[in-house]
Write a protein of this length. Structure first.
Lengths: 131, 344
């Protein structure tokens, strides 16, 4: 996989540059803004991983194995304890809500809590995008 | 470098820096009229460190850190430079935001700890759940704030809603709206004494913590784990873990080679300050060590990229880290000796 290519495409697209210390010609340290190969590859790896996870979770929701809540949790890069804490719902309940048949029966008040934390509307929370 | 105006009408010069925390601290000092660079703050605050915590998992991966605990650079540097700071955390979002507005209205710039994921001015590739990003708020604007983020090369705008979320995000290392600003700063700090205190503390942390996961011993520990990781957990998992180490080293605002180049820059400045050739020599050594860390990153990147098809092996990557450990041990021992001779 060309991890560094993925990274470089994104890098060129937004053009946001970070600083790296580097020696200049006179042996003094200055700030430079070119990322190294190492950074490009490992970031590409991480970004690819995030995307694959998201895609897998979307498919799992479509297959009826997981509730849409799982997809949005992955989308916001939350893990279960963090989501539970942010929404103020006990983690064993959140875990149950990841099951589609239980998620379907949730009250709007509970959905609203998730929607607020995950920054989506209640309507969006009930479905996942088709691609 | 961009000039901005704070709420108090004072000009504020935005400096691009490599690391968020030292960048914010140096900006707060500069705002009070103490000209101090980012590497200087980093050295005085004893930012450089190493630790591998196999039992603390972050997105399912063990944490390897190249820096001291988030927040400690600011705390130590402020103490050693004789600055009096107000630091506050909040339970209530409303109170936290009101207090921020009140301080900003007084013309003071404020440092905040935030979650980087919710700061929407970052492009997607930067956004991951990490609760330790530091930024400076310059003044309030219409439905938002003017932000000087030291990691970016220019100041940006941030929506109030985003900032609220970012300040009060939950999860590991919760910022709980952490906010800090100087009350008074010593206009002529004793830089020499501060540098000596910082260097001594660094040597202690790197050489004398009696646990095998911190300092030089931590490096050896991790190096041995990397060497074995290929056979132990399969190529894919091993590559993930290696990728995470390199990410901690190169990506998370380290200024390259896991802060080693930044520390070399500090030693260089300190050498000028004390007029000491020994420190200049150590700075060169540190640069050389940084180069080995870079090589480690490149070798690791090749392993990950070629999926085990290249000549590079996990054993070679681990070996490079062992070399780093050996060289750093010598360097910090020498630094320890040199600091004893220096006079404040």
């Amino acid at each position: 996989m060309e991890y560094d290519k993925i990274f470089n495409e994104l890098f060129d697209a937004d053009g946001l540059r970070k600083g790296y210390y580097k020696l200049d010609g006179q042996g003094k340290y200055v700030l430079d803004t070119n990322p190294t190969l190492g950074e490009a590859v490992v970031n590409g790896l991480m970004l690819t991983e995030l995307r694959t996870h998201l895609e897998e979770s979307r498919k799992a929701v479509h297959a009826g194995l997981k509730s849409p809540l799982f997809y949005y949790m992955e989308l916001r890069q939350f893990d279960l304890p963090t989501l539970a804490k942010s929404a103020g719902i006990a983690s064993f309940r959140v875990k149950r809500h990841l099951r589609p048949e239980i998620f379907a029966k949730l009250k709007p008040s509970v959905l609203e809590r998730y929607a607020k934390v995950l920054m989506v509307t209640q309507q969006e929370l009930k479905t996942v995008p088709d691609i | 470098m961009t000039t901005e105006v704070t709420a108090g009408g004072k000009p504020f010069i935005h400096h691009h820096s490599a690391h968020c925390e030292s960048g914010v601290t140096s900006a707060l000092f500069r705002d009070k009229g103490v000209e101090i660079s980012e590497p200087m703050i980093f050295g005085i605050g004893s930012g450089i460190f190493f630790g591998h915590l196999p039992f603390v998992k972050w997105v399912g991966l063990p944490i390897s850190t190249f820096r001291s605990h988030p927040g400690s650079v600011f705390r130590k540097a402020a103490k050693r430079l004789g600055g009096e700071f107000v630091t506050k955390r909040y339970r209530s979002v409303q109170k936290g935001m009101d207090e921020l507005r009140r301080v900003l209205a007084g013309g003071q710039i404020v440092g905040l700890t935030t979650n980087i994921y919710w700061l929407s001015y970052f492009p997607n590739r930067f956004r991951f759940q990490f609760n330790g990003h530091n930024i400076i708020i310059l003044h309030e604007i219409e439905n938002g704030f003017r932000v000087s983020d030291p990691v970016l090369d220019h100041p940006v705008d941030c929506l109030t809603e985003d900032l609220e979320r970012a300040r009060f995000a939950r999860g590991p290392l919760e910022p709980r709206g952490f906010m800090y600003y100087p009350l008074s700063v010593n206009p002529h700090p004793d830089l020499r004494a501060a540098c000596i205190a910082g260097m001594k503390d660094t040597c202690n942390m790197m050489l004398r913590i009696p646990l095998p996961i911190f300092g030089i011993r931590g490096m050896r520990f991790l190096a041995k784990r990397i060497m074995k990781s290929g056979e132990k957990s399969g190529f894919k998992e091993a590559a993930r873990q290696l990728g995470n180490i390199v990410r901690m080293q190169e990506e998370v605002g380290t200024g390259g080679a896991g802060f080693r180049y930044m520390y070399a820059a500090f030693l260089q400045e300190a050498a000028d300050l004390f007029g000491s050739d020994e420190l200049a020599e150590l700075s060169n050594d540190m640069t050389a060590i940084g180069d080995i860390w870079r090589e480690f990153a490149v070798v690791s990147a090749r392993i990950i990229k070629q999926r085990g098809q290249s000549d590079e092996t996990f054993a070679k990557a681990g070996g490079l880290m062992l070399i780093c450990a050996g060289r750093e041990k010598q360097l910090f021992k020498d630094l320890d000796k040199v600091t004893r001779k220096l006079k404040a």
